[in-house]
Design a binder for this molecule. Structure first.
Ligand code: NAP
Length: 283
């Protein structure tokens, strides 16, 4: 059987873990695809799309700076890509180009697997950037009662709130606001890069975590390091914690399902993916 090509495009792209995850799943499932990485600069998205079609790619994932540009370049969008106005998965099949977004689904799957259902919950989300858009809108779609979106640039939180105004409340990121939001929250999710490996910016203080009710959960969608300062403090307070590795893995598994049109048993491939990621991240 012919082996089909897949890849991730971005700039920078050399540190992307997508090839590690996808190739681990492909090896485990025996699906006839190979997954690489291609550096594509901003402004060259349309040119890469043409090249991908000519070179017989079955599809590709997109990271910075292509996710938004792709929205206008594909023939059709799935519901999440339409809502988030961002594409992370492009499927080239039967002469058609379909743009999908699997980030929100990946995030939700990770939560559900950890025993956290957003339904009827009050949730504080820190950040209102690209990842927050997928996280917040998926939480709203999944029946969260109230979502406080706390962001440094308040106008971005306000723009996000317009999508589901009855559920989403835009807020600032100051300590007093965080305390007030935390008091009522069953779940707090960090979607800012503060605390990420290689990033200088840190939370100045984390006292707001102590305002969360007992039994609340704290999720940081950062996966490197596996335990950020935010998660370490939450754990010390006896709260349950979750990092972003599951989101990273599940968005990839869902993308592979889109590329191949084959249902993948995530539980079956998870150990191989985690082993490959461990090796890559500790290399
Ligand atoms: P982005 O679009 O650039 O958004 C960054 C957000 O963080 C913005 O809301 C920004 O606030 C805020 N922020 C950045 N630096 C800050 C600082 N020093 N103080 C306060 N707020 C700050 O980035 P993104 O694509 O959403 O990615 C955010 C994080 O999510 C990254 O760590 C990324 O690795 C992670 N992520 C994880 C996954 C996964 O699968 N686990 C997937 C996607 C992203 P302003 O609006 O005020 O600038």
């Amino acid at each position: 059987m012919e082996t089909k090509k897949l890849c991730v495009i971005g700039d920078p792209v050399e540190h992307s873990l997508s090839p590690v995850i996808h190739n681990a799943v492909l090896k485990q499932t025996g699906l006839p695809y190979v997954y690489g990485r291609v550096r594509v600069r901003g402004g060259e998205t349309a040119a890469f799309l043409r090249r991908a079609a000519e070179e017989g790619y079955a599809g590709f994932n997109a990271t910075m700076p292509h996710k938004t540009d792709l929205v206008e370049l594909v023939d059709e969008l799935d519901a999440d890509a339409q809502l988030y106005r961002a594409v992370n998965t492009v499927v080239l099949r039967d002469g058609k180009i379909r743009g999908c977004n699997t980030d929100g689904r990946g995030f939700l799957q990770m939560l559900l697997e950890a025993g956290i259902s957003p339904e009827d919950k009050t949730i504080t989300v820190l950040g209102a950037g690209g990842a927050a858009r997928a996280v917040v809108l998926k939480l709203a779609q999944s029946g969260a009662r109230r979502i406080f979106v706390c962001n440094r640039t308040r106008s971005k939180a306000e723009a996000l709130a317009k999508e589901f105004p009855t559920q989403i409340t835009p807020c600032g990121l100051d300590e007093e606001t965080l305390q007030d939001c935390a008091l009522f929250s069953d779940l707090l999710v960090n979607t800012t890069p503060m605390g990420m490996h290689g990033m200088a910016a840190r939370f100045e203080q984390l006292d707001f975590l102590a305002a969360l009710p007992k039994g609340a959960a704290v999720c940081d969608i950062i996966y490197s390091p596996p335990e950020t300062m935010l998660l370490a403090r939450a754990k010390a307070l006896g709260l349950s914690t979750l990092n972003g590795l599951g989101m990273l893995i599940y968005q990839a598994v869902f993308a592979l399902e889109e590329f191949t049109d084959v249902k993948i048993d995530a539980q079956e491939v998870l150990p191989a993916v985690k082993a490959a990621l461990n090796e890559a991240m500790n290399a």
